[in-house]
Design a protein. Structure first.
Length: 575
């Protein structure tokens, strides 16, 4: 976690001035008991009113200066903590976006969200508390202990015994509570995942009448979180009472021993008052120190979780890829004995795929649920590395120079039509430095989206988060238009027309073939008729290639494809 210290560099001045001003505040506080002892032992017995007024004014001055110094220290500490967390969260956000898909899957989306929000906030709280108290509390305790030894070495032994007992208590409770706080963070990840699923899937939950079930599920996890919080809270809260108990017992013994010392003329009344003040100062600082220790326990756990993200290898999109050359200049994608297995699964999601796609081809991929269609798309985007075999992409017979160059050759419309808050213009121009309104309307024409947009406000039509003010079919057509604007030679439609009727889908595909004949289209679909005009159709079944050929050829040679086609024909008859 030492790597996280680099974020203090921009706030080194504040990180130094904050503790130093707190140190100055502590010096003023340590002076007060000595002034009070001087008043009691030297001024009041002689009835010197002038000196008494001067000492009282001195105490008021020390208090005022102490307040100003404390405010200044708080300002610098807060500035350092907030600035540190801002820089940390910005880099953490960049790191999360740069993580390979495999790392994101392993860490989970909910956990990454918690680390970006809750853990960063906990780090900010910990830094603020640490900068304010890590010098002040030890210095006040050490200073009060030193002053007490100056006044009475014999009675000050009580202070040493008290501090030793408290250190043992704090150490034991901190070790126990640290494990509990770590469990709480993991449970919080689960709660965030549940809330995220419930919010994004609220329409489905309501449609199937599962609101009560989801609430019950959340209550169960929340009850676990409550139990963990209660257990950790009990241990944390126990520190303060135990501290008060030890200090108050020490105070009782100090008063009793002080009385005996005064009777033996070994101690003056003012000195006893000063010792009691120093003991109370130690009490206050130890209570603060206990709270800082508990806060730092949680901060260290949060810092560890954040560091785990930074320790992950980033996806280097600029790294040079192995150079390959195609035998045929028109070859654009080639798979040879392609196999893939997810890291958390022993079974292969894809096995032994062999196919070639040429420039300008319309290539179809079809198969049942779980056959590996979406996995193949992710491999085409190089989101995962191939396990065995080879998957190559070519541009004018040459392989891409880097991962970034590879992905620039592909425009994709995913299964979930994702729109962003803004307007149609900002959504269509996503990832492009400049695109004219004319080009946007041409893309919307091809995507069959002009009609419903003209009925609204055209390119200035507002888009709500996730495009919820548009229907499913409208969202799909808008995301298709966005992909068509990308200057990529390959267009992947990953079940991107599932919400469209057959007529709209056929018009869309015909427009793409006529007006964008230079593009290579790879279409994943559940409908055999949607792929009927494809030059080649790849048929997948449980990750295996069971057919490859045209629609007519597969109707004769591939039983899986025949079954898919018959089931859809039967469904049309029923409708």
């Amino acid at each position: 976690m030492t790597a996280l210290f680099r974020y203090f560099r921009d706030y080194l001045k504040e990180s130094i001035l904050g503790p130093l001003f707190k140190l100055l505040e502590a010096a003023f506080e340590l002076t007060v008991p000595l002034v009070i002892a001087f008043i009691v032992d030297s001024i009041i017995p002689h009835g010197n009113q002038g000196d008494l007024v001067a000492m009282i004014l001195l105490l008021v001055g020390l208090a005022c200066v102490g307040v100003l110094v404390a405010i200044t220290a708080q300002y610098y500490s807060a500035k350092a903590a907030v600035g540190y967390t801002r820089n940390l969260s910005q880099d953490l956000y960049r790191k999360v976006l740069a993580l390979p898909k495999e790392s994101q899957d392993r860490l989970s989306t909910s956990s990454l969200l918690t680390r970006l929000s809750s853990d960063c906030l906990q780090i900010q709280t910990g830094i603020n508390s640490f900068l304010r108290l890590f010098l002040r509390a030890p210095i006040v305790v050490f200073g009060a202990l030193t002053m007490s030894f100056y006044i009475s070495p014999r009675l000050s032994i009580l202070f040493l015994i008290m501090i030793g007992i408290l250190l043992i208590i704090v150490t034991v409770i901190s070790l126990i509570s640290a494990k509990l706080f770590e469990q709480m963070r993991k449970t919080l990840d689960k709660l965030v995942a549940l809330v995220r699923e419930a919010v994004t899937g609220s329409r489905v939950i309501r449609a199937f009448g599962q609101t009560r079930r989801e609430i019950k599920h959340f209550e169960i996890e929340n009850q676990v979180y409550l139990a963990q919080q209660t257990q950790a809270g009990c241990w944390s809260v126990a520190l303060a009472p135990l501290t008060y108990l030890v200090v108050n017992l020490t105070l009782i013994i100090l008063i009793y021993q002080g009385k005996l010392a005064i009777a033996d003329n070994a101690l003056e009344q003012g000195q006893l008052i000063a010792l009691i003040n120093y003991l109370l100062q130690i009490l206050v600082e130890l209570v603060k120190l206990v709270m800082v220790v508990m806060t730092m326990n949680q901060t260290f756990i949060s810092a560890k979780r954040v560091q785990e993200v930074f320790d992950e290898d980033s996806e280097d999109i600029e790294a040079r890829l192995p150079s390959e050359k195609a035998n045929d200049p028109s070859l654009i994608v080639e798979a040879e004995n392609l196999s893939f297995a997810y890291s958390n699964s022993g079974d292969r999601a894809l096995s032994g795929l062999n196919f070639s796609i040429y420039s300008g081809d319309f290539f179809g991929i079809i198969g049942g649920t779980g056959s590996g269609k979406s996995t193949l798309v992710q491999l085409l985007l190089r989101l995962y590395p191939v396990t065995t075999g080879r998957l190559s992409l070519f541009l004018a017979g040459q392989s891409p120079r880097s991962l970034k160059h590879w992905r620039q050759q592909i425009a994709i419309v995913s299964q979930t039509a994702q729109l962003f808050k803004g307007d149609i213009r900002s959504n269509l121009s996503l990832g492009l430095e400049y695109v004219s309104d004319q080009d946007m309307w041409q893309a919307l024409d091809i995507a069959q989206a002009r009609e419903f947009l003209e009925a609204k406000e055209g390119l200035s039509s507002p888009v709500e988060a996730r495009g919820r003010n548009f229907s499913g079919g409208q969202r799909q057509r808008l995301t298709i238009a966005r992909a068509l604007l990308q200057p990529a030679p390959i267009l992947i439609l990953d079940d991107a027309t599932s919400a469209l009727d057959y007529l709209t889908e056929s018009r869309l595909l015909e427009a793409i073939r006529k007006r964008l004949a230079h593009k290579t289209v790879i279409m994943i679909s559940q409908r055999s008729k949607s792929l009927a005009t494809a030059q080649q159709i790849l048929v997948l079944d449980q990750g295996h290639q069971v057919g490859l050929g045209s629609h007519e050829k597969l109707l004769v040679s591939c039983s899986i494809y025949q079954e898919i086609a018959r089931s859809q024909d039967s469904q049309e008859v029923l409708e």
